[in-house]
Design a protein around this ligand. Structure first.
Ligand code: MN
Length: 425
């Protein structure tokens, strides 16, 4: 079983020199899709491919005939591969396209990015078993992991309208909260604004209502990934979440990275899906040979924070977490797609599935402040001298992700950055 081809060859170089720099996020082996325009312009967003620190205009290059990313995402696997090969060949060192295409590249620093596609529906899952266990302990010490967790991929329908691209700022949300010892709830600004380190899985081709996607076919409907910060107001969440799950604690903002890193680009970074012997094996509709051999994505994830004071003093963002999706997720993207559609529910091109918070097995790999500070009890000390239990006004959170493996060229996911503003601006 080989998922890789000549577009992944490590010796491949591009005539865009910045793509050949060691540890670049966007070498020619990556080729992620995004939507961009010149900063400050009011023209429509175009579809581009990131290459080094530049963006190639795909329509200008004659490789696509519209500016509709959702249509591009709905291409079948063969058409997607054909497009990837054409982009790779044209950007490769020595290509006959160099002279024409060099007029079609724009520096990323002169570009403004949009959310990469129209996101019709957003479902957030809860596949991070270490996150589910430690948060469960805080909310329900007697029953940290619910009895269904190891059988059903848990999720809820989220809100797509408040998902924005990296660079998002939002006002601290207000809402109802209730302290455990208070007789009744009070209304005001959330005092427990947190982040959640997640991957966003984008749906490519959709399925008809009433026609489930089998686990064997699920990979064909999986287009690619972004970084996803599912901002969460923990005090609002604690009071509202039962019995129907999160609502206003989650839908005030969600931030994604601008580049859709495709499953084709991720092919060299697949890993086996393994369940511990003591855990139940997935039911047959969530199990396939391919999923067992290669269902997992081996992506390294990082979270950094830069407080307002750090930014004003020129202090670089400080790392809060370094961990991996591989050890954190209890279910694969293909299992989420198969499960989501098993009742006949229709997914559409551009739908977003959140992985859930991808915390590693140890404390310093936690993907939220709720876990890092043990529910706000143990503040984090930053090298600036400040400390944090939850996010304060002016704090900027940065998610980063990348894949590296011997014999493959490292690729990156870019970053998802967002800033909490005071309630009153
Ligand atoms: Mn979440």
């Amino acid at each position: 079983m080989s998922l890789t081809n000549e577009t992944h060859t490590p010796s491949l170089r591009s005539w865009v020199e910045s793509a050949n720099v060691c540890n670049a996020d966007f070498p020619i082996q990556n080729l992620p899709f995004g939507r961009y325009r010149f900063v400050g312009s009011d023209e429509g967003f175009k579809i581009g491919v990131a290459i080094g620190d530049q963006i190639l205009d795909l329509h200008g290059a004659g490789l696509i005939d519209s500016h509709d990313m959702n249509a591009l995402m709905a291409l079948d696997a063969g058409e997607r591969l054909h497009l990837r090969r054409a982009i790779s060949q044209g950007l490769a060192h020595g290509s006959s396209k160099q002279q024409a295409w060099s007029k079609l590249v724009t520096p990323q620093c002169e570009s403004e990015m949009a959310v990469p596609c129209q996101i019709g529906d957003y479902t957030d899952f809860y596949t991070g078993i270490h996150h589910a266990t430690s948060v469960g302990k805080l909310f329900r010490p007697d029953l940290p992991l619910m009895p269904n967790y190891k059988w059903v991929p848990i999720g809820y329908h989220g809100r797509a309208s408040s998902i924005r691209v990296s660079g998002q700022t939002f006002r601290r949300p207000q809402g109802q909260t209730k302290a455990p010892d208070a007789a009744q709830p009070s209304f005001g600004s959330s005092r427990r604004v947190d982040y959640e380190l997640e991957l966003g899985y984008f749906v490519g081709r959709g399925n008809e209502l009433g026609q489930p996607v089998s686990i064997e076919g699920a990979e064909d409907h999986f287009f690619g990934v972004t970084l996803l910060n599912d901002w969460s107001a923990r005090d609002i969440q604690a009071w509202e979440y039962q019995p129907l799950g999160p609502f206003l604690s989650k839908n005030f903002a969600s931030t994604i990275s601008p580049w859709l890193v495709t499953t084709e680009a991720l092919a060299p970074f697949r890993a086996p899906f393994v369940r511990p012997d003591c855990d139940p094996q997935p039911l047959p509709y969530l199990d396939s040979e391919f999923n067992r051999k290669a269902g997992v994505l081996d992506i390294t994830l990082e979270v950094l924070v830069q407080t307002q004071r750090m930014a004003e003093s020129g202090i670089a963002p400080e790392r809060l977490t370094l961990g991996g999706a591989r050890t954190a997720a209890y279910w694969t993207a293909a299992q989420l797609i198969a499960h989501h559609t098993v009742n006949g529910c229709n997914l559409q091109s551009g739908d977003l599935l959140g992985s859930g918070t991808l915390s590693g097995p140890v404390q310093n790999e936690a993907g939220s402040l709720l876990e890092l500070t043990e529910g706000g009890k143990k503040p984090i000390r930053l090298t600036s001298g400040e400390q944090r239990t939850f996010l304060e006004d002016g704090d900027t959170l940065i998610l980063r992700g990348w894949c590296e493996r011997p014999g493959a060229t490292r690729i990156g996911l870019g970053e998802a950055r967002g800033t909490v503003l005071p309630h009153e601006v």
